[in-house]
Ligand binder design. Structure first.
Ligand SMILES: O=C(O)c1ccccc1N[C@@H]1O[C@H](COP(=O)(O)O)[C@@H](O)[C@H]1O
Length: 202
């Protein structure tokens, strides 16, 4: 069954709803973003979440020591590197790494084979925004990435298109953020429920 990652969590209520509806991973953004959480906020939320749920810290070209500190202070147990972090950088950490690639065309996936990370996350390319774009990319390109290992499809997913994305790409997981929001960082309960139901129904 396709796993579900709900990203951009900033509130305990949203985290608990996501878990109740069946999310497998929750994402906490430490990069510059309207969905950014403080270390204290993330630690408070993570303390309320069952052990069975993956807690993913999302980083963007952060210094090694910053990431280490966040791991220590919050209890995140997956690392999502959303920038231009090198394969060597990704291997410095003991936790499983999700390396993001922002997909514009086939060339965006060159270099993917150099990484030995747990999972590859494919998100949409945007010239000005690193993530949370609400835009989809050409899902046909995901097949190339799948040759290297497990993939997570991200970028512009919502209750209307998630089943098609799963059908076309057969991912390990789907990742949603802005597609289930009322406003940046604030989840819409109903949209979240419907998204998870649809994703689980595939
Ligand atoms: O959401 C953000 O603001 C963000 C900022 C910096 C790096 C990553 C970010 N979010 C990631 O974007 C994708 C998909 O978002 P969406 O569903 O298109 O809104 C997801 O992987 C988030 O982790």
């Amino acid at each position: 069954m396709t796993r579900i990652k709900v990203c951009g969590i900033t509130r305990i209520a949203d985290a608990l709803q996501a878990v109740k509806y069946g999310a497998d991973f929750l994402g906490f953004i430490f990069a510059d973003s309207p969905r950014r959480v403080s270390v204290e906020q993330a630690a408070r939320i993570i303390a309320e979440i069952p052990d069975s749920i993956g807690k993913v810290g999302v980083f963007l070209n952060h210094p090694y020591d910053f990431v280490k500190e966040i791991i220590k202070e919050t209890g995140i147990n997956y690392l999502q590197f959303h920038g231009s972090e090198s394969p060597e950088y990704c291997q410095e950490f003991r936790l499983p790494v999700i390396k993001a690639f922002r997909v514009r065309d086939e060339k965006s996936l060159v270099g993917l084979g150099c990484y030995q990370t747990a999972v590859y996350l494919l998100d949409s390319f945007h010239p000005d925004r690193a993530g949370g774009t609400g835009k989809t990319f050409d899902w046909q390109l995901a097949a190339k990435a799948a040759e290297y290992g497990k993939i997570i499809i991200a970028g512009g997913l919502n209750e209307e298109n998630v089943q098609k994305a799963i059908h076309l790409t057969r991912p390990f997981a789907v990742d949603v953020s802005s597609g289930i929001e009322k406003s940046p960082g604030i989840k819409d309960k109903l949209k979240m429920k419907r998204f998870i139901e649809k994703a689980k129904d595939r």
